[in-house]
Design a protein around this ligand. Structure first.
Ligand SMILES: [Ca+2]
Ligand SMILES: [Ca+2]
Length: 253
């Protein structure tokens, strides 16, 4: 498709909105500018609340008098997208020959397994998870999720925890799995448990532990959280950094 402006509207910023057949995690946008390239000043993606989120923005257009395939460095966004708005500054051509046509094409590297999650994550209910069976400590599990662009899974609702517990039981791996809950105060009886996600800490709003847990104390802290295979995947607190409690882990993105 070709998009152009009428000749009496070259003194302003125009925008084009494009909609794709399904939502994806955007990794790349290619704009094929066939004439007067460089006039794209802003690209926005529509989020789940129907708000436009800017993923590329420059203050001035620099018109290049030739065609090019433009692949701007876009901001990483954490929501799937099926609508983009591309803003084009026609003023930048300064009364020269008009920006004649801009052809928009999007070729997106589709790095996802299911509908909405980038690999290696899979969609489970409304979240993207990745279950890994390596045997590591809680601290190591935390680091490994960061390394693949995610975080150790947060289960903000009891429902999410129950669903994951059920899934782990059915997988029958016999392996315990770390999740992203952490005690930030060993001195406090019962601890102060938080879900850790990209530097934010959300207080747990429900009691997540199995009977008799959490069992850590100030003298013997158990500040990490695990779905324990030996207790039908109920949640336990365990030491974060020793060799006794090696487990797999669940990352989320
Ligand atoms: Ca979650
Ligand atoms: Ca314990």
């Amino acid at each position: 498709n070709t998009w152009t402006q009428s000749s009496n509207q070259l003194d302003r910023v125009h925008f084009i909105e494009v909609k794709f057949p399904r939502k994806i995690f955007l990794t790349k946008v290619n704009i094929y500018e066939t004439y007067h390239a460089g006039a794209v000043v802003k690209i926005s993606a529509k989020d789940e609340d129907n708000q436009w989120v800017v993923i590329y923005n420059v203050t001035h257009a620099h018109v290049i008098r030739k065609a090019r395939k433009f692949s701007p460095p876009i901001k990483r966004i954490m929501f799937p997208v099926d609508e983009l708005r591309i803003e084009v500054d026609c003023l930048a051509s300064k009364g020269y020959v008009e920006i004649d046509a801009i052809e928009i094409s999007l070729s997106i590297a589709l790095l996802f397994l299911s509908d909405m999650c980038p690999l290696p994550f899979f969609k489970y209910r409304s979240s993207c998870y990745f279950i890994k069976k390596d045997a590591v400590s809680g601290d190591e599990a935390f680091a490994r999720c960061l390394q693949i662009g995610g975080y150790l899974a947060n289960f903000e609702t009891l429902e999410e925890t129950m669903l994951m517990k059920d899934k782990l039981k059915k997988m029958k791996t016999g392996i315990s799995y770390y999740v992203g809950g952490r005690n930030i105060n060993s001195k406090k009886p019962g601890g102060d448990w938080r879900w850790i996600k990209h530097g934010t800490m959300t207080k747990m709003t429900y009691f997540v532990f199995s009977k008799g847990e959490p069992s850590g104390t100030e003298q013997s802290p158990e500040n990490c959280m695990i779905f324990l295979a030996g207790d039908r995947y109920k949640i336990h607190d365990v030491l974060c950094d020793n060799g006794y409690n090696l487990g797999g882990y669940i990352c989320e993105i």
